[in-house]
Design a protein around this ligand. Structure first.
Ligand SMILES: C[S@@+](CC[C@H](N)C(=O)[O-])C[C@H]1O[C@@H](n2cnc3c(N)ncnc32)[C@H](O)[C@@H]1O
Length: 280
């Protein structure tokens, strides 16, 4: 029996069903080249020399490790993540893009970040707010103590933080076009829930495609919304000797410049992202 046209139409796959969530994530959220540039600056500020060894905790598809080993032939990286599926996607799609020599300078550990490993490294990075998964002071301090022990004597830990009044608005969805045109897509950051009593938050990432289809809740996060002073106090308790907040500088028109400077005072922008750098 001949199939009706409307049935054919129904069976046509949507762009959302064909899309790869990790690829969309990397295009929307990550800028590994900027991260590596910042890591170099932060390390130079602390020790006046180039860093060579990196540990990327919560590495996911370890795009930053790949950028790190590509940036210098002496550099090595260790990526640590609990999720075997995510690490495998990184092997198939990110690692596979590197030369054999570069690949050999990356080690992947499918384990909890709260584990001591050797050799110790120059820089330990925990990006995209991932350590907010630890919801109590004792869990965070425990993680920071272990992270500190994974650093060599002249080592730094780098984290990013977000905040500002808009971040506490429930059901707020920030939308960005990542790619224009027929094959394009939009990134939606959905602040679904903020509980002011516990500071527990639920965030989702959705992707919306040019045919109107949507990949709903491609990623979801259930975190504690920590503040900068809380993190600095906990870094101090975990034994770090210094802790610096790097704030992105603005030009005369209030536009971000891409320049990061140590700051003890900053404007109360409605939405900000910054780095915290702790020195062992
Ligand atoms: C928000 S993603 C961050 C991915 C990547 N670092 C980035 O910057 O986009 C969080 C990652 O942390 C991993 N993860 C969560 N808890 C972990 C733990 N205790 N130990 C190791 N990895 C963990 C998850 O599997 C996930 O890949």
């Amino acid at each position: 029996m001949a199939r009706s046209k409307s049935r054919d139409k129904k069976q046509k796959k949507t762009l959302a069903s064909k899309a790869d969530k990790f690829d969309c994530y990397q295009q929307s959220v990550q800028s590994p080249d900027h991260e590596v540039e910042f890591f170099e600056q932060a390390y130079r500020d602390a020790f006046k020399r180039k860093p060579y060894t990196l540990r990327e905790d919560f590495c996911g598809t370890f795009a930053v490790c790949c950028e790190w080993v590509s940036s210098n032939p002496k550099r090595t990286a260790v990526g640590v993540d609990l999720c075997a599926e995510t690490l495998q996607w990184g092997r198939d799609n990110n690692l596979a893009q590197l030369t054999e020599k570069q690949q050999q300078r990356i080690r992947l550990l499918n384990q909890d970040v709260r584990k001591r490993n050797r050799p110790q490294v120059d820089i330990l990075a925990a990006q995209n707010f991932s350590f907010w998964i630890f919801k109590t002071r004792s869990e965070v301090i425990d993680y920071f103590r272990i992270a500190r022990s994974n650093l060599q004597a002249n080592g730094i830990m780098i984290m990013d933080m977000m905040g500002g009044s808009e971040c506490y608005e429930e059901d707020r969805v920030d939308k960005r076009t990542i790619k224009k045109g027929k094959k394009g897509f939009k990134y939606h950051w959905d602040q679904a829930r903020f509980n002011p009593v516990t500071a527990d938050v639920t965030f989702y990432i959705h992707f919306k495609f040019s045919d109107g289809s949507k990949m709903n809740r491609a990623f979801e996060y259930h975190w504690r919304f920590w503040t900068i002073p809380e993190i600095r106090e906990m870094l101090n308790e975990a034994g770090f000797s210094e802790c610096h907040v790097y704030w992105e500088q603005e030009d005369e028109d209030g536009e971000d410049t891409g320049e990061w400077e140590r700051s003890e005072d900053a404007p109360s922008n409605p939405s900000w992202v910054n780095y915290i750098v702790a020195i062992k």
